[in-house]
Design a protein around this ligand. Structure first.
Ligand code: SF4
Ligand code: SF4
Length: 404
């Protein structure tokens, strides 16, 4: 057994088949209760993969089961045997590898390795920082990882790929053969979303400044962190990229990194240091650094959608909800804290129908709190949930409350 197969065998081997995980897995109801799109189905299929992966198994028949997993870890919270079907999906994608991955996943890998981003958006990713007098060198880096900025492209690009070319394989295959065609992705920028995302980034920077935190920003040189290389199971590319990123940060004199979104925070804090021993930067989330003594109650009535990558990847990470409660009348939805419900966003590019159905279900839960506004602390959640409800980034609520 190779490394991924060994880890998969250990994880899947503990499953006793009780099905508790099915009751919380968001992708199963979102797919019309197709068992292969649920947590237990993924465990069962992973065992088939293990038995046959060295033979002539046609992985295309069930690869979608693993690629549609949201990586939300809700299943792990309820499993009596401590099995994580999210990790099982991850190991399975590693085993399936590039040969069995959907063309769109391979296109994303190609883009990141070639352009250090999912979309070659260039200098537009740094327009939020214009006129903010942020230095371009120093030792404490404000690292956006382009996550807020890329959200301006994702919904329109996804609609184009899937409406014009159902299954999205055609365009992706074309882009794999002729990489420059990927530059058309720049045309899918949604100006309204870009303005909202830029405003959130400005609020984050202002909150840090008003808390007397010094930082610098890399502007047009800032690379994407490589999150999707890891999420899609391209381990070899992810390792290469993580080593490159480590050297890049070091070449810029970075010693401390302030992240702004849950996915990058999780990647830099929990994932990369396990794979690259030289990655020894001091990594924080911006909410850990801002001065909470300035927060005042605004009277806004809100509900809070907690991002899976903060609530379930970090023990007792209640910082965002604690801060929000100081400045807004906050009603938490029934699924909160460690039991929060994914927004569905991680499936947007590959399985937009699942994303739509998961986000509708989450919005119903948020609606039941009676609050008119949803607050969240993740650009992916923000863009996914805003279709049916008014959504604010927590940075904007905190900035308003601090009088910035
Ligand atoms: S809850 Fe755990 S033990 Fe039960 S079916 Fe799911 S993975 Fe298996
Ligand atoms: S990680 Fe989330 S989407 Fe994946 S199997 Fe578990 S509950 Fe389902």
């Amino acid at each position: 057994l190779n490394d991924a197969a060994f880890r998969l065998s250990e994880e899947a081997g503990r499953c006793i088949g009780c099905g508790f995980c099915e009751s919380v897995c968001p992708t199963e109801p979102a797919s019309g209760y197709v068992a292969s799109r649920g947590a237990r189905g993924r465990v069962i299929l992973s065992r088939e993969l293990l038995k046959n992966h060295r033979g002539n198994l046609d992985v295309s028949a069930f690869a979608d089961s693993f690629y549609s997993c949201l990586d939300c870890y809700a299943c792990y919270q309820v499993c009596p045997a401590g099995v994580n079907a999210g990790l099982i999906s991850h190991y399975s994608k590693e085993i399936i590898g590039r040969g069995g991955a959907p063309p769109l996943a391979r296109m994303i890998e190609r883009m990141i390795m070639r352009y250090r981003s999912i979309i070659p958006a260039g200098r537009r990713t740094s327009e939020w920082a214009r006129n903010m007098e942020i230095p371009d060198r120093g030792s404490t880096l404000l690292y956006t990882g382009q996550m807020y900025q890329l959200m301006a492209y994702v919904p329109k690009l996804s609609r184009f790929l899937h409406r014009r070319f159902p299954g999205s394989g055609f365009t992706a295959s074309l882009a794999l053969r002729f990489p420059p065609i990927a530059h058309i992705s720049k045309l899918f920028r949604d100006g309204e979303v870009a303005a909202a995302m830029n405003a959130s980034l400005r609020d984050i920077a202002l909150l840090l400044k008003s808390s007397k935190i010094d930082f610098f920003y890399l502007f047009g040189d800032e690379p994407y962190p490589g999150t999707l290389l890891n999420d899609l199971g391209f381990t070899e590319s992810f390792d290469l990229y993580s080593h490159w990123l480590t050297d890049f940060f070091r070449s810029k004199g970075v010693r401390r990194i302030i992240t702004v979104d849950p996915h990058t925070y999780d990647l830099l804090k929990n994932v990369i240091p396990k794979r690259v021993s030289e990655f020894d930067f001091d990594v924080s989330h911006y909410l850990e650094l801002i001065d909470a003594s300035k927060l005042k109650m605004t009277g806004r009535k809100v509900t809070f959608h907690e991002p899976c990558h903060l609530s379930r990847r970090f023990e007792n990470f209640s910082l965002p909800s604690d801060m929000l409660a100081k400045c807004a009348v906050t009603s938490m939805p029934a699924r909160s804290g460690r039991n929060t419900y994914c927004c569905g966003g991680p499936d947007e590019l590959l399985f937009p129908e699942i994303t739509g159905n998961v986000s509708r279900r989450r919005n119903e839960q948020l609606e039941m709190t009676g609050a008119e506004v949803t607050v969240t602390a993740c650009p992916v959640c923000s863009i996914t949930l805003r279709n049916d409800r008014k959504v604010m980034d927590i940075a904007s609520v905190l900035a308003e409350s601090s009088g910035i």
